[in-house]
Design a protein around this ligand. Structure first.
Ligand code: 5AD
Ligand code: SF4
Length: 468
């Protein structure tokens, strides 16, 4: 049974927000900065932190010298992100020296690891508050405790996680929005830290999700992405007869013109029912992010992925039967412990066979406490870099080819922002999520337009509006 934070408890947090608003009223214009690392789930969590901060009367800034409170929402998936966080936290010594009352908080997945919290405790005295993903819902209470007791806060208890509805959200932008539909992960891929820091899989109730989506559509959002570490196992913990495909259909039924996207799908749980539902639901994007991680069966087994390359290719073929125009993207890890050159060749082969529209490639990063961290890892960083470069070249080649095939076609796109460039000043996305550069008035942001694709390269498409 999923633990749920009661509405009384959330109400209490909102009361803390009111008290804190009073407290911070000595500042003319209280300013907060929220800096987010990592995945979209973390971006969605930061919207809750901003929601609470807005309730406390804060406006937002990107200037760390101007901010009265800085919250750094961290990622633990790879070492590189952790190093960047620690570097940036260290640099906050300067801002705090200039502004001694500044409050510095570090939260998110990185600090849910004991060794990282200890490191911050010992070596980063500039940090006033540390809290893990399981404590985010009581951020106002933790902040008040820090201010009253005048001591550093470390809230990183181990937990399998709970669900908290009703936390206020502060979204960036008016066109695209995310909805977290579930939290945590049960898969324990041997390289991955996520199940250890984000707890077990737990799904929000379908009615709560649909009502949030309905609200977004009413507010004019045009691009809604539902989020989870593995959305295909949505609902398994609820026992209410709604699976992920059913949930997509329920959101699709909300009246209004919008695109419905989702992230991320584990290949082992992607079903024919999902593909059929995607094909039948008019608002559902024909895009699936289906991380394969490796094209070699021995490596997949050692990663604990629970599918073979043949299973994966079968699913891709089935999905394409339902949606011939399906955009497929993936994540790949190169240099998993013990991966040989021959095994890596299988990954190249699979990628060529699938023909991904885009690939996100990562060099394996050792995560303390995961099973892969204790596996022999004889290949050097340089050898892994060679594989990374090879796969990147292949990915660029395939994306370029796929993008050039759009030239001459007319597509419906959603204009979602400005590029900051004079020529091709607008950015847009195709139904499948491909980036399109356009020329036109910024007033068109948030509207759907028919666009003729005139050019394409590895990274983007270029187009002209038909009805400009
Ligand atoms: N090293 C490198 N990449 C990783 N990922 C997850 N854990 C690791 C790791 N230890 C990648 C996977 C996943 C994506 C979000 O990050 O490819 O799909
Ligand atoms: Fe990590 Fe695997 Fe869960 Fe994705 S499915 S979050 S890679 S353990």
């Amino acid at each position: 049974m999923t633990a749920r934070i009661t509405q009384d408890e959330i109400k209490k947090q909102l009361e803390y927000c009111s008290e804190l608003k009073e407290h911070f009223s000595y500042l003319d214009h209280p300013l907060a900065m929220v800096d987010t690392y990592g995945c979209q789930q973390n971006e969605a969590d930061s919207e809750k932190i901003r929601g609470y901060l807005a309730e406390m009367g804060f406006a937002f800034t990107q200037d760390e010298f101007a901010a009265d409170i800085i919250v750094i929402n961290t990622c633990a998936v790879r070492e590189h992100a952790e190093m960047r966080v620690l570097g940036n936290v260290g640099a906050l010594n300067h801002t705090k020296k200039a502004k001694p009352d500044q409050i510095i908080a570090v939260c998110g997945c990185m600090v849910q690891q004991e060794h990282m919290t200890n490191k911050i405790k010992m070596s980063y005295p500039v940090v006033d508050m540390v809290f893990g993903p399981h404590e985010l819902w009581r951020f106002p209470e933790l902040l008040e405790e820090h201010l009253i007791r005048k001591r550093r806060i470390f809230a990183t208890e181990k937990s399998s996680g709970a669900i908290a509805e009703g936390i206020p959200l502060r979204r960036d932008g008016k066109v695209k929005a995310w909805i977290s539909i579930m939290y945590g992960c049960n898969n324990f891929c041997t390289y991955c830290i996520v199940p250890y820091v984000r707890g077990r899989e737990r799904s929000r109730r379908p009615e709560d999700i649909v009502s949030e989506a309905r609200q977004l559509v009413a507010e004019g959002y045009k691009d809604i992405t539902v989020l989870g570490q593995n959305v295909n196992s949505y609902g398994k913990d609820l026992d209410c007869g709604v699976d992920f495909a059913d949930l997509l259909a329920m959101i699709n039924d909300i009246p209004g013109d919008f695109i419905l996207r989702f992230m991320t799908s584990h290949p082992k749980d992607a079903t024919e029912k999902l593909f059929r539902t995607m094909a039948q639901c008019g608002k559902c994007a024909h895009h699936i992010h289906l991380p394969v991680q490796s094209g070699n069966d021995t490596v997949l087994k050692r990663m604990n992925r629970n599918y073979t390359s043949a299973d994966y290719l079968d699913k891709v073929a089935l999905a394409r039967e339902y949606m011939p125009d399906l955009v497929i993207t993936t994540d790949i890890i190169v240099g998993f412990p013990g991966e040989t050159d021959e095994q890596f060749e299988d990954t190249l082969k699979l990628c060529r066979e699938v023909g991904y529209d885009a690939m996100f490639i990562f060099i394996y990063s050792k995560r303390l406490g995961t099973p892969a961290a204790t596996m022999p890892d004889p290949f050097t960083r340089e050898e892994k870099q060679v594989r990374f470069d090879k796969l990147t070249a292949l990915s660029n080649e395939i994306s370029g080819r796929k993008h050039r095939a759009y030239i001459g076609k007319t597509l419906r796109v959603l204009i979602d922002g400005e590029t900051g460039k004079d020529e091709y000043n607008l950015s847009a996305r195709t139904n499948g999520g491909r980036l399109v550069h356009l020329k036109g008035s910024p007033e068109l942001i948030g509207s759907f337009r028919e666009v003729k694709i005139t050019d394409g390269n590895t990274w983007a498409l270029y187009g002209e509006m038909e009805d400009a």
